[in-house]
Ligand binder design. Structure first.
Ligand SMILES: *[C@@H]1O[C@H](CO)[C@@H](O)[C@H](O)[C@H]1NC(C)=O
Ligand SMILES: *[C@@H]1O[C@H](CO)[C@@H](O)[C@H](O)[C@H]1NC(C)=O
Ligand SMILES: *[C@@H]1O[C@H](CO)[C@@H](O)[C@H](O)[C@H]1NC(C)=O
Ligand SMILES: *[C@@H]1O[C@H](CO)[C@@H](O)[C@H](O)[C@H]1NC(C)=O
Ligand SMILES: *[C@@H]1O[C@H](CO)[C@@H](O)[C@H](O)[C@H]1NC(C)=O
Length: 504
C-alpha cells in the first residue's frame, strides 16, 4: 500500500475555547417560599417512584436476553405482571420490516448477499425491484419481491445521477402501504448490504419506537459528507425509521420529492424530507456505508466500540478474507457471528511483555502481532489499507482518524485471519483460531523475537450477549502460556478490576 502523505504534517487546531464566564444561574432559596404542601407532594411522589423502581428492578431479571428470544411463551405465563410485561415487550426481530433496494439487472448476483443474513422464517422484508425477474429455486430463502410504483411523474434534474433514486427513496412509504401488522421499525438497505441482524435489534431496542427516529450512519469519506451531508444516513449502510416517522413521511413524501428534483440520490431525498419534518439523524457507528476501495482490513481490525450492524459495498472492496470469493468470505464471518454476535469484530489490545510485541484482536476476524509497543490510542485508529472514494491514498480524506500501515519496515503487522470458530468443550467459551497470512516481510534487525515464528493464534472468549447493555468499553485481552510451539493463546473478555491495556 502506497501512502503518499507524510503523517508528520499535522493540522494544528486553534483550540476554540468556549467563552468563559456566565455561570449558570441557579435559583437559590426558592424552596423556602414554596408552601409545605408542595414538599409533601414531592415526597409522596418520590416514595411511589422508589417503590415502583425497586419492583421493576427485582422483576426485570426474569427478562430474556437474546434478541431472538422465546418471550412469547414467557409473557403468556406471567401476563398479569405488568412490569415483567413491560420488560418483555422489548423490540425483537419480529418488529422490524426490511425494505431492500435492488435492480433486476444485478439481482442474480446480489441476491447472494441477502441470502447470507435474511432468515425468511424469523424476518419480514420486501425486495423492491425496478423490473420483473425470472423465478429462481432459491426464492424461498429470500424476501418476497415487489415491483416499485411508477415514478415517471416525478421530476429528476440531476445530471450525474439516475432517476431510479426516486423509486428507491419511496421504498419506506411503499413498504408502509403494505399494511403489515406490529411493525416498530422500517430498515432500509441495498441489495449489497449485509446486516448483522442481532446487533441491529440491540441498537434499535435502545430507542422508543413510538417516537420519531431516523437512525443510521455517515460516509467514511469526508468529501462525500460535504457534498451530501453530515446529517444524512447513507443508504447503503442501511438506516432505520420508526413506525410513526414512516407514517408521517408517507403522508408528505411524494410532495416532498417534487420539491427536490436537483438532488442526486435516494438517501439525500430522504434526508431532505427528514429535514422538512425536523427530524435529525441519530448516528449509530455500527452501520457501515464503506465508501472506500481496496482492502477493508484496517477498518475491520479497528472497529469502533459499537455493535457491528451492517457492511456495504462488498462488491467494490476486496474479499474480507484472502484467497476466497466475496460471498465465501462473508460466510466465514457468519460462523463467529452465530457464536457471539455482540462481540463480532470488537477489538482488544494487549502486549506480550517478554517478547515486546503488541497484539490486537478483532474478534471473529483477525489478530495482528506487531514488533514493539504501540499505545491503544494508536491501535484503535484504522490503518490505511484502503483507498478513498476517489481511489487515492489520502490521509485527509476521512471523517475519522487513520494511521499508516507501518511507519517502519520492522513494524509491518503479522496478520492472522480467522479459519475456525466453535464453542469450547464446556460450551461456555468460544474458541476461535487464526492462521498467519503468509506474505513476504522486509528484513528487520531489531533484537527481539520474530513474530513469523507464530503460525496460529487461538483466542478464548466467553460469549457476552449483554455487552451492549453496559456502557461502551473495549474488552481486555491477555497473552497466555501456549502449550504448542508456533502457537499463541489469547484470552479475551471483560476487563478485570483495575486492568488496562498497558505494558507496565
Ligand atoms: C411480578 O413478578 C415478580 C417475579 O417475576 C414477582 O416478584 C412480583 O410479585 C410480581 N408482581 C405482580 C404485581 O404480580
Ligand atoms: C407492547 O407494545 C405495543 C406498542 O408499543 C402495545 O400495543 C402492546 O399492547 C404491548 N404489549 C404488551 C403485552 O404489553
Ligand atoms: C409510467 O407512467 C407513464 C405515464 O404516467 C407511462 O407513460 C409509462 O408507460 C408508465 N411506465 C410503466 C413502466 O408502467
Ligand atoms: C488459495 O486457494 C487455493 C484453492 O482454494 C489453494 O490451492 C491455494 O494454496 C491458496 N493459496 C493461499 C496463499 O492460501
Ligand atoms: C467453563 O466451565 C468449566 C466447567 O464447566 C469451568 O471450569 C471453566 O472455568 C468455565 N470457563 C469460563 C470462562 O467460565
Amino acid at each position: 500500500m502506497k501512502v503518499s502523505q507524510k503523517d508528520s504534517e499535522k493540522i494544528v487546531w486553534d483550540p476554540m475555547r468556549s467563552p468563559s464566564g456566565n455561570p449558570l444561574k441557579i435559583p437559590g432559596s426558592q424552596t423556602r417560599t414554596l408552601p409545605k404542601l408542595m414538599v409533601w407532594l414531592i415526597l409522596v411522589v418520590s416514595v411511589t417512584y422508589v417503590v415502583y423502581t425497586l419492583k421493576l428492578v427485582s422483576t426485570s431479571r426474569a427478562c430474556n436476553d437474546e434478541p431472538f428470544s422465546t418471550h412469547h411463551r414467557l409473557s403468556t405465563l406471567i401476563s398479569t405482571n405488568d412490569s415483567v410485561k413491560l420488560a418483555l415487550n422489548r423490540t425483537g426481530i419480529e418488529h422490524i420490516v426490511f425494505g431492500i433496494a435492488a435492480s433486476a439487472k444485478l439481482w442474480d448476483q446480489r441476491k447472494n448477499y441477502i441470502k447470507l443474513w435474511y432468515k425468511p422464517k424469523q424476518m419480514r422484508g420486501v425486495v423492491w425491484l425496478d423490473n420483473k425477474v425470472s423465478t429462481g429455486n432459491d426464492d424461498g430463502l429470500l424476501p418476497p419481491i415487489k415491483i416499485s410504483g411508477n415514478t415517471s411523474q416525478f421530476p429528476y434534474k440531476n445530471r450525474q445521477g439516475h432517476r431510479s433514486a426516486i423509486r428507491i427513496s419511496r421504498i419506506v412509504s411503499e413498504t408502509l402501504r403494505l399494511g403489515l401488522k406490529n411493525v416498530r421499525w422500517f430498515v432500509m438497505g441495498d441489495d449489497d448490504t449485509v446486516f448483522i441482524t442481532e446487533n441491529l435489534v440491540r441498537v434499535l431496542r435502545k430507542y422508543d419506537h413510538n417516537q420519531y427516529y431516523y437512525i443510521g450512519s455517515l460516509s467514511e469519506s469526508h468529501l462525500q459528507n460535504i457534498y451530501f451531508s453530515y446529517g444524512m444516513a447513507y443508504g447503503g449502510g442501511g438506516f432505520a425509521i420508526s413506525y410513526p416517522l414512516a407514517k408521517a413521511l408517507y403522508k408528505m413524501q411524494d410532495r416532498c420529492i417534487h420539491r427536490y428534483p436537483g438532488l442526486y440520490g435516494s438517501d439525500d431525498r430522504m434526508q431532505a424530507c427528514m429535514a422538512e419534518l425536523g427530524v435529525p439523524l441519530t448516528k449509530e457507528l455500527g452501520f457501515h456505508q464503506y465508501d472506500v476501495y481496496g482492502n477493508l482490513f484496517g477498518l475491520l481490525a479497528a472497529h469502533p466500540v459499537a455493535p457491528l450492524v451492517s457492511l456495504h459495498h462488498l462488491d467494490v472492496v476486496e474479499p474480507i478474507f484472502p484467497n476466497v470469493t466475496r460471498v465465501q468470505a462473508l460466510q466465514r464471518l457468519m460462523i463467529p457471528m452465530k457464536l457471539d454476535s455482540a462481540g463480532l469484530l470488537q477489538q482488544s489490545i494487549c502486549y506480550d511483555k517478554a517478547k515486546t510485541w503488541t497484539i490486537s484482536v478483532s474478534w471473529g476476524f483477525a489478530v495482528q502481532i506487531f514488533r514493539g509497543v504501540f499505545s491503544p490510542r494508536e491501535m484503535e485508529m484504522p490503518s490505511r489499507t484502503f483507498l478513498n472514494w476517489y481511489r487515492r491514498a489520502d490521509y485527509t480524506a476521512y471523517a475519522f482518524n487513520t494511521r499508516p500501515v507501518s511507519r517502519n519496515p520492522c513494524q509491518k503487522p503479522f496478520v492472522f485471519y480467522l479459519t475456525k470458530a466453535k464453542l469450547g468443550e464446556s460450551s461456555n467459551e468460544t474458541v476461535t483460531e487464526y492462521i498467519r497470512h503468509r506474505v513476504p516481510y522486509p528484513s528487520c534487525k531489531w533484537k527481539m523475537p520474530d513474530p513469523a515464528k507464530i503460525d496460529t493464534v487461538v483466542v478464548y472468549k466467553k460469549p457476552d450477549p449483554h455487552l451492549w447493555d453496559r456502557s461502551p468499553r473495549r474488552n481486555c485481552c491477555r497473552v497466555k502460556e501456549a502449550s504448542k510451539k508456533g502457537s499463541m493463546v489469547v484470552d479475551v473478555g471483560v476487563c478485570r478490576e483495575g486492568e488496562i491495556s498497558g505494558v507496565n
